[in-house]
Design a binder for this molecule. Structure first.
Ligand SMILES: [Cu+2]
Length: 674
């Protein structure tokens, strides 16, 4: 994928051979253009907080990272689609079901687009959604805990790149298939693409109180590649806009064969109309299989459910629901300005950018100003929907975000720059070099009705000479610009994890007050929770052994266990009894073939250990929790498969063989310490 970047540049440049190549800024050293007060603008004094949270997707890492702005400091990595040995996500028994899919357990994905929940077109700071490209999925992260709490697979699509774009009151997440495929899947020759391959545009509804996702309906579309989307806002609320490429329906050497036509298409969906059709029963139910994985809040255990049916709406049965309008060649971003009136649809291989007017599109629909149709979908006359053309803004336009002053900011991949322009009069106002080849950019709230146009972060695909070399691979870079004045000003480079594909940034006040400090132990409903040291025990059920363990500064209880046998499946259920902020305990045992566990205060987590060799094995707390953290350890004795060593456990005294003895012991211990 990373080598492809270079090929992509080469081929784009080749294809654009005929166009005037304004070679950018590429190797210009930015230190010469940074002004002296830049350091001051990004400096957050020790103990002070940043003004914004920025959530960056990790691309091929499958995760998301949280940065503070303007400092560019990494605050946290939140595991989403990939196993994360650092805290046991995807390894603990509680979190494993998050990776269940119709293909089985899939512990990796390619996370691309972050969408924060909105109300009235403004971020509300409750949830964050992100897509998994490869095994099509959408995840929800709870912004009170910064944990992934739900993953929904999307059936019958391939490469869920075009996702998960949110509507202005968080009614729906809209997504589209990047690759069309046979629907339902079947064994057909690839060169039957035109007859057999179809696309789907998917609407996932959100529960307004809990954020829970549900696949509401899917719209069957021609077999194109659906690339990116945004939903309408304010005047255009109720509509979705999705760019498509490969309207040629090529299935090989797409870089040439999917770039034949002068124009591709933007799909325009009236989702309120689609809702009416669903209510009127105009859908067909199609058997399929997809998984819905949801974390239960009270137990902290994820559960999977296989879903077996989907509702399909077909444009030919549902008039006035779907339209197309031509867009410049090979479009990528599809961005709606804060007023909801203007839609920017730019082609990567076009010298100009098209800006559409929502009211003109509506008028064209009303007047049936169409240039034919494609598979029953009317194609709106290009000129009739156009607000205007931004002439020669740069090379390879990708994505646009907005400020609250009527300006748009677009990244140009090939000419490596960000260009600021006025949405209304289409005048170019400023351009600044980026280092190098930016993909997405983000302005806090820059795709909502309420942008905060103070900072802009460009996420660059190529780093080259920006940091000390670290071998062939360098961390991708993000670059922070001050956009509060007339001219943009580069302030800071900061390295990122994975590919920082897209990000959203939100004012810290909207998230910080709701951030959970610990889980209330009294609300812990985990079936293997141990709510006090006196309740610790070890229970054998055939070859399965359950250890009800507690962690408290600075010991694990029990800390001596005997009677395990080779071939057992030992489940360590560790409950962190702390009720204090930032005191996780960890758990690791020698010979475990998975990862450690990190258990947050008040939570219970489970690690499976399958002892393979006779001996005495150490276990310990992995998260430095107190001055006596090094003492927070214990031993597990493993005997031969048929041995008659009884199960015994304890802490500080003789080992106990049954729960009655154990409880008595702890009672005495408690009385002594009073
Ligand atoms: Cu500890």
């Amino acid at each position: 994928m990373r080598t492809r970047k270079v090929n992509m540049i080469i081929s784009l440049v080749t294809i654009m051979g005929g166009m005037a190549l304004v070679v950018a800024c590429g190797q210009r050293n930015a230190t010469t253009v940074i002004e002296g007060d830049a350091a001051e603008q990004v400096y957050i004094a020790p103990g002070e907080y940043d003004e914004f949270y920025a959530f960056l997707s990790g691309g091929f890492s499958g995760q998301i990272t949280v940065y503070g702005l303007p400092s560019g400091r990494l605050l946290r990595e939140v595991p989403v689609f990939s196993q994360y040995p650092e805290n046991g996500y995807g390894y603990s028994e509680e979190s494993k079901p998050m990776f269940n899919t119709s293909y089985g357990f899939v512990p990796w994905d390619d996370s691309h687009h972050i969408e924060l929940s909105q109300q009235n077109g403004e971020f509300d700071g409750r949830w964050l959604f992100v897509n998994g490209n490869n095994t099509p999925r959408i995840a929800r992260v709870d912004l009170s805990t910064f944990e992934t709490v739900e993953i929904l697979e999307i059936p019958d699509v391939a490469g869920l790149h075009c996702a998960p774009f949110i509507t202005e009151n968080s009614e729906y997440l809209v997504s589209g298939t990047r690759f069309s495929i046979p629907i339902p899947q079947k064994d057909v020759p690839i060169d039957t693409y035109k007859e057999n391959f179809k696309g789907l545009i998917n609407y996932v509804s959100l529960d307004q109180d809990h954020g829970t996702m549900e696949l509401a309906f899917q719209i069957e579309m021609p077999g194109f590649n659906y690339d990116l989307a945004r939903n309408g806002k304010a005047v255009s609320h109720g509509w979705s806009f999705l760019t498509t490429y490969n309207s040629e329906q090529a299935h090989s050497l797409l870089e040439v064969n999917a770039s034949q036509k002068d124009k591709d298409l933007m799909a325009i969906i009236n989702w309120k109309k689609a809702e009416e059709y669903v209510a009127a029963g105009k859908f067909t139910e199609r058997p399929t299989s997809y998984y819905h994985n949801l974390m239960d809040e009270s137990t902290g255990i994820a559960h999977s459910q296989e879903m077996k049916m989907t509702r399909i709406l077909k444009p030919e049965d549902c008039p006035e629901m779907v339209y197309f309008i031509p867009v410049p060649k090979s479009p990528h971003g599809c961005d709606v300005d804060p007023s909801g009136e203007y839609i920017v649809g730019n082609g990567k291989l076009s010298a100009d950018m098209s800006v559409y007017s929502f009211s003109k599109i509506m008028k064209a629909i009303e007047e049936k100003n169409f240039d034919g149709e494609i598979e029953g979908i009317p194609v709106i006359n290009y000129d009739a929907g156009l607000h205007g053309i931004l002439q020669k803004p740069g090379l390879g336009p990708l994505h646009t975000e907005f400020d609250e002053r009527g300006n748009a900011y677009t990244t140009f991949f090939i000419s490596s720059e960000v260009v600021k322009w006025n949405v209304d009069n289409l005048e170019i106002l400023d351009r600044e070099a980026t280092f190098y080849s930016p993909g997405h950019l983000v302005i806090p709230g820059g795709e909502t009705r309420k942008p905060e146009g103070k900072y802009l972060v460009a996420m660059n695909k190529i780093t080259k000479d920006r940091y000390l070399p670290t071998g062939p691979e360098l961390a991708h870079s993000a670059q922070l610009f001050d956009i509060s004045g007339d001219k943009m000003k580069l302030l800071l480079d900061f390295p990122t994890k994975g590919e920082p594909h897209y990000a959203q940034a939100i004012r810290a006040d909207k998230v910080k007050p709701n951030s959970k400090k610990f889980y209330n132990i009294e609300e812990n409903a985990h079936p293997y929770a141990t709510l006090g040291e006196s309740k610790t025990k070890v229970v054998r059920e055939g070859d399965e052994v359950h250890v009800y363990m507690t962690a408290m500064r600075s010991h694990l209880a029990p800390d001596n266990i005997e009677g395990f046998k080779v071939g057992d499946k030992v489940f360590f259920h560790v409950t962190n009894l702390e009720q204090d902020w930032d005191v996780p305990h960890g758990f690791a045992i020698q010979g475990a073939t998975n990862a450690e566990l990190l258990v947050m205060p008040g939570q219970t987590k489970t690690l499976l250990w399958e002892p393979k060799k006779v001996g005495v094995y150490a276990f310990y707390c992995t998260d430095f929790c107190s001055a006596l953290h090094q003492e927070m350890s214990g031993y597990a004795r493993v005997s031969a498969k048929g041995a008659d060593v009884p199960l015994k456990w304890g802490l500080n005294e003789t080992l106990r063989e049954n729960q009655e003895q154990a409880e008595k012991f702890y009672e005495q211990l408690e009385n002594k310490s009073k």
